[in-house]
Design a protein around this ligand. Structure first.
Ligand code: PAF
Length: 315
């Protein structure tokens, strides 16, 4: 059986016969590494051949938003690794880890169709060895916005992403701007810990009506799905007001946006904020690249979104 399918780019070297690395049984799957050792062995083979590597960390349930990150990785590097690991440490005890969507077979089909070289699919025991006590905390950036609502979340993300980066040591790791605070936390973490990986942010992919793609959209009822795009529309309207001739204060524009969301049917607005695009500190004037960020509940579903607010140039 060849390890190379006609739809995949190149060959995988230096891994034949390793029990941990599963070569595809058909063309519907990339190679799969279940252990860190198998991942490292494969990546070192590529490195020895002078090839560059990009990593796309995911928790699976891949949709077009994830696939845009994968496409970016395929375009940027010779080899692409996609990790699929539902990370328990970023879920609180009250959040339903067991019910997180798991669509492994479909995910592998999607990855094979675009020519991903390797899927890294470790078990929880592989990623968190018994007795492990080290965690990564990114101070400041993790505290507000989503972090204020889900205090466990960014510690879990920073710890698992640190591990993934050190296990794979790619040239680049690609993350979506949809989870903008997560992206900034990961950038800071890689910088602070001198992890020699370029963190690349990729633009949010949206439905035609503006709703940001998310695995959670599947939980929306048809009525909620009709309301959901109001989140993005509200951000756009607010950005227009903030950067146009509107003389209202930032506070007044945020209040108006908040009311629009409530009127549309968002029940619990966790935050709606204008922040410095890099530090995520709240802004009282726009004199640096800024980001509008929102997190709110629609029925049982928590949605988040964000957009860039262009700094007026005064021209
Ligand atoms: O964004 C996600 O899917 C996850 O938070 C990540 C970055 C894969 C870490 O588990």
């Amino acid at each position: 059986m060849s390890s190379v399918s006609p739809i995949r780019r190149g060959t995988v070297r230096g891994v034949a016969g390793r029990p941990e690395l599963r070569h595809p049984v058909n063309e519907a799957s990339p190679d799969i590494a279940h252990t860190v050792a198998a991942l490292r062995e494969t990546v070192s083979g590529w490195r020895a051949a002078g090839e560059t590597v990009a990593l796309v960390p995911t928790m699976g349930a891949l949709h077009d938003g994830h696939m845009a990150l994968v496409e970016r990785a395929l375009a940027n590097a010779d080899r692409t690794v996609v990790s699929i690991f539902v990370n328990p440490t970023q879920f609180s005890p009250s959040e339903d880890l067991d019910n997180y969507p798991r669509t492994e077979a479909e995910d592998l089909l999607k990855l094979a169709a675009v020519g991903v070289d390797l899927a890294f699919m470790p078990s929880a025991a592989e990623m968190y060895v018994p007795g492990a006590t080290t965690t990564v905390t990114v101070g400041g950036l993790s505290d507000g916005l989503c972090g204020a609502m889900r205090p466990h979340f960014f510690g879990g993300v920073a710890t698992i992403v640190t591990k993934l980066l050190l296990q794979c040591l790619p040239d680049q790791a690609i993350f979506g701007e949809k989870d903008y605070q997560q992206l900034q936390v990961i950038r800071q973490m890689a910088r602070d810990l001198d992890i020699p990986v370029e963190i690349v942010g990729a633009p949010t992919v949206r439905e035609a009506d503006g709703l940001a793609l998310s695995s959670r959209n599947a939980y929306l009822t048809p009525a909620e799905r009709c309301i959901a795009p109001v989140m993005h529309q509200t951000l756009l309207e607010m950005a227009d007001r903030l950067t146009g001739d509107d003389t209202a204060s930032i506070g007044a524009i945020i209040s108006a946006g908040w009311q629009t969301l409530e009127k549309a049917g968002f029940q619990e607005i966790e935050y709606l904020a204008l922040c410095d695009a890099s530090t995520l500190a709240p802004l009282s004037r726009i004199d640096a690249p800024a980001r509008l960020l929102v997190g709110a509940w629609l029925g049982e579903t928590r949605l988040i979104d964000n957009i860039l607010v262009d700094v007026p140039t005064g021209d």
